[in-house]
Design a protein around this ligand. Sequence first.
Ligand code: ATP
Length: 317
Amino acid sequence: LGPTICVGEILVEIVATTVGDGFTDAQPLVGPYPSGAPAIFIDQCGRFGGAAAMIGAVGDDDFGRVNLDRLKRDGVDVSAIAVDPDWPTGSAFVRYRADGSRDFVYNIATSAAARFGWTAEVEALARRAGHLHVMGSALSMPEAREVIARALPIVRARGGTVSLDPNLRKELRQGAEAGQLFATLLSECDLLLPSGEELELAAGTDGEARAVGTLLTGGCGEIVLKRGAAGASAFAPDGSRVDALAFEVEELDPTGAGDCFGGAYVTARRLGLPTEAALTYACAAGARNVTVRGPMEGAATRAELDAFIAATPRAPG
Ligand code: ATP
């Protein structure tokens, strides 16, 4: 039907190589790595072999070129990525705490990442898209919200499908308007990809089974729950459920696992694979990604995932 499209922040990520609380002390950092949850998602779609296109903006600087070069290399259509002459490419600094949680320092609002709008290129892309994937993180930016809200009915009108990853980040504020669009997307998405507590937050109820039931009754077409090192589960409105064990890997850098998982799942399903096979590819994409430093560095081709699946044991359930 047309490419999978994703709208939102394109960033570079700088990662602290030491574990600790925050960024107030001088410490070794590595990067820049191409990043931004929507960009990681779409890169994994392209690498897996699906038609994929990105909507967003970078600055006219090296950080922007790092992203454009990577996305192009991985087969992503970048025709609707604007190069902003006035604002620098957005950035995210991440540092891990001893308990595995993360702190981010973002520069999005005052960067090119948040300064893009509805252009002729964006409209042309929306008019040939077959699937729209929305990242919750992008809903914190008014400009991205507007593009998503305009693209949604266009993609729908041509029979396209929609997926939503809540991707909640405490550092990114979601105001009332973001909440409204999130609620609309929740009630009409074909696929929801929450992780951890996002499922219960999205449903507004406690307990996994009740949250799944509430969301499916509320109009969401399918739910794929990401469980980190415990794997994933897919829930369909007919009550059927498919569980997948995680792959056993050594985690070096968990950022981007969920985005790679989503990119592989959406693309595998759009290429016609059944739920179980798509879930296996998605778990493999997430697991492989955490073994590599840098959020987009582990995005894998289908052949790379086949090799990874053949060589890697599944974690005990
Ligand atoms: P992020 O926000 O960091 O991108 P997320 O919280 O959205 O990630 P996770 O549940 O952490 O998503 O990871 C997505 C998927 O990747 C999991 O369902 C699992 O299949 C795989 N995965 C993540 N971490 C690991 C791990 N340590 N070992 C094996 N598989 C993992």
